[in-house]
Design a protein around this ligand. Structure first.
Ligand SMILES: *Cc1c(COP(=O)(O)O)cnc(C)c1O
Length: 367
């Protein structure tokens, strides 16, 4: 028998979450029209698998990612709609694939503009020019934006580019600071320039749907996790797309003073039963999750004890006194235990845990 750890990915959750985001965006549109959605599937679809995401997001308007190889996998999986490379190309050779596979590419740096100028493209390429509106990660500065746009417009006039759109990325859509300052910078830099606009990640799509423009770019919400520290996925109507599950493979009876795991980080205060779960940091479970991190055993919420090992972790069987080896365990994504609950306990965010599920964990795709 293989180790009992596995993950399930729900196709229904993908399409449900896409609908939740779409309804928010559409309800806020002043023109009664429909927002288009780039489903962001970077990082192997936030750990869920590119091919599963292509199937689950069949009703998205486009797919967005960073990696050319992931874009090619989308085409090979049968996706014929738009594909956006969020960081654009990294070298001249990438433009061959952009042309061959009909990809849309971000242009965030003068070098990328130069490569587009020099390239012999087999067809007109759609691009999104990226503005640095204040996050100071990628994008042209507001001062350089009009010049970069003029460069792209010249290529467009020569028939070498198709659509030239505008994009930026918000750094504080999930906090009290909001998007106002960056939005103002974006509006000023793009005033009077034609072309579609793409602004909103999940947090902005859900909190500021009225500014979404032509194309929203939600990621995390589509996987059923929350982009917010103060609002749960469940309260947003989102459903977890991934559940991480395993079983107890052993139990121990402790006396007062007995320690659990490496470093003896947890010590029993009195007699207690401990369960050993086949899940460790080599499966992607966070090693820095402390004692108290929630775990569900046999349908009952209990807690992690001591340090997470490479292949195992220990749990308190106090709330589940009858649990034996073989009892089912949910690490996250089912039975009321969200990946965000685990992430919060471990001092990180759901994004990181989902992306980190290890290749050795078998993943099953379900309806
Ligand atoms: C990752 C990413 C997104 C999606 O962000 P979420 O917070 O997961 O919704 C959108 N746009 C860009 C440019 C990104 O890199």
């Amino acid at each position: 028998m293989p180790r009992p750890i596995f993950a399930t990915v729900s196709r229904h959750a993908f399409s449900h979450n896409l609908d939740v985001v779409r309804r928010r965006l559409d309800a806020a549109r002043p023109d009664g029209g429909r927002a288009r959605i780039w489903a962001v599937i970077k990082a192997n679809a936030y750990g869920h698998g590119i091919e599963r995401a292509v199937a689950g997001f069949a009703r998205a308007d486009g797919l967005a990612m960073l990696d050319l190889s992931e874009a090619v996998r989308c085409r090979e999986a049968g996706w014929t709609g738009p594909i956006l490379l969020l960081e654009g190309i990294f070298e001249a050779a990438d433009l061959d694939a952009v042309g061959r596979y009909g990809l849309t590419t971000a242009v965030h740096h003068a070098d990328q503009l130069a490569l587009l100028r020099q390239a012999r493209l087999p067809r007109a390429v759609d691009v999104f020019l990226k503005l640095n509106s204040g996050m100071n990660r990628l994008g042209f500065s507001p001062d350089a934006y009009a010049g970069a746009h003029a460069g792209l417009a010249a290529l467009q006039a020569a028939g070498r580019l198709g659509q030239v759109g505008h994009m930026t990325h918000f750094s504080t859509a999930d906090t009290a600071e909001g998007i106002e300052a960056q939005l103002e910078v974006f509006r000023r830099a793009t005033a009077g320039l034609p072309g579609p606009v793409s602004l909103c990640n999940s947090a902005a799509s859900l909190r500021y749907p009225e500014v979404a423009g032509d194309w929203a770019r939600p990621g995390i919400a589509l996987y059923g996790a929350t982009p917010f520290a103060d609002e749960s996925a469940e309260s947003l109507g989102l459903v977890p797309a991934m559940a991480l599950k395993s079983r107890l493979i052993g139990t121990q009876e402790l006396r007062a003073g007995d320690a659990v795991g490496y470093g003896g980080m947890y010590r029993a205060e009195g007699p207690m039963r401990v369960g050993v779960v086949a899940c460790g940091y080599a499966d992607g479970y966070p090693r820095h999750a402390p004692t108290g991190t929630p775990v569900v055993v046999d349908g009952v919420r209990t807690r992690l004890l001591g340090r997470v090992s490479m292949d195992m972790l220990a749990v308190d069987l106090g709330p589940v006194p009858r649990a034996q080896a073989g009892a089912p365990v949910t690490l996250w994504g089912d039975e009321g235990l969200s990946v965000d609950d685990v992430a919060t306990a471990a001092g990180t965010i759901g994004y990181e845990l989902l992306c980190a599920v290890a290749p050795r964990v078998p993943m099953h795709f379900e309806e």
